[in-house]
Design a protein around this ligand. Structure first.
Ligand SMILES: Nc1ncnc2c1ncn2[C@@H]1O[C@@H]2COP(=O)(O)O[C@H]2[C@H]1O
Length: 229
């Protein structure tokens, strides 16, 4: 598929017409990167935006004790690299591919005039940055005020409400990240997450679904546990 057709599905550019999309496509270079590769390295200089055309990336940094802290997982249609592009500071985090991925890469000198010309793009970018800040603040609050089981309940409620549908029986069917990835997002160890998940299974709040990694989650009960906290 041609670049402008791929860009048509990207929310950042949803206000653009066909010829404007072609103009953006002519400014972008296409980059294919294999699974588990570093796309952006924390502290490096950077002056371009990456739009995810396919695949998934992990945004992470390292704590002073050397533990990986996962700030976000971003998928198709999303973007990263806007921070260095906007403030001209070094890259704020590492970005690693979770799957084979394809990106459109747009340089600062091309994107800035584009945003001046099409303020809708700048507004969408700002709205997304605001939404990420909200999310990061919520995670920080969770980590500083909750024990690990409650961090996990809160994560599961968010995850189910954002990424899955409620079944007729009220449960949500979803695919959860690996225990290690959950641990890295909730600032704890894999063992502690595995124990908390086993307990949720024993309590019937998590039920193994059909298919690899599939879970059926009782979100109402989790919300009740969070209300009591
Ligand atoms: N807390 C966060 N939530 C989501 N994305 C982030 C967060 N911190 C950094 N990023 C992304 O990771 C990118 C790393 O390079 P930049 O700093 O240029 O731009 C950054 C953002 O796109």
């Amino acid at each position: 598929m041609e670049m402008h057709e791929l860009l048509r599905k990207v929310p950042l550019f949803s206000e653009l017409n066909e010829s404007e999309l072609k103009a953006v496509a002519s400014l972008a270079s296409s980059i294919d990167i294999r699974k588990k590769s570093i796309v952006v390295q924390e502290h490096d200089p950077g002056d371009s935006l990456f739009v995810i055309l396919s695949g998934e990336v992990k945004i992470s940094t390292y704590s002073t004790e050397g533990r990986e802290v996962v700030l976000a997982l971003l998928g198709k249609g999303s973007f990263f690299g806007e921070m260095s592009l906007l403030d001209e500071e070094p890259r704020s985090a590492n970005v690693t591919t979770m799957e084979d991925s394809k990106f459109a890469n747009i340089r600062r000198r091309d994107l800035v005039p584009l945003m001046m010309d099409q303020p809708a793009i700048a507004l969408k970018l700002l709205a997304e940055v605001a939404s990420r800040l909200r999310k990061t603040s919520r995670v920080l609050e969770r980590i500083s005020s909750m024990d690990v089981p409650h961090r996990l309940y809160s994560y599961l409620v968010d995850h189910c409400q954002r990424f899955s549908q409620q079944d007729a029986d009220g449960r949500y069917s979803t695919v959860l990240p690996t225990h290690q990835l959950l641990a890295d997002q909730l600032s704890t160890s894999r063992e502690t997450i595995s124990r908390a998940i086993s307990q949720l299974k024993k309590d019937g709040i998590l039920i193994q679904g059909e298919g690899r990694g599939k879970m059926r989650v009782d979100v109402d009960t989790l919300e009740g546990l969070l209300d009591e906290f």
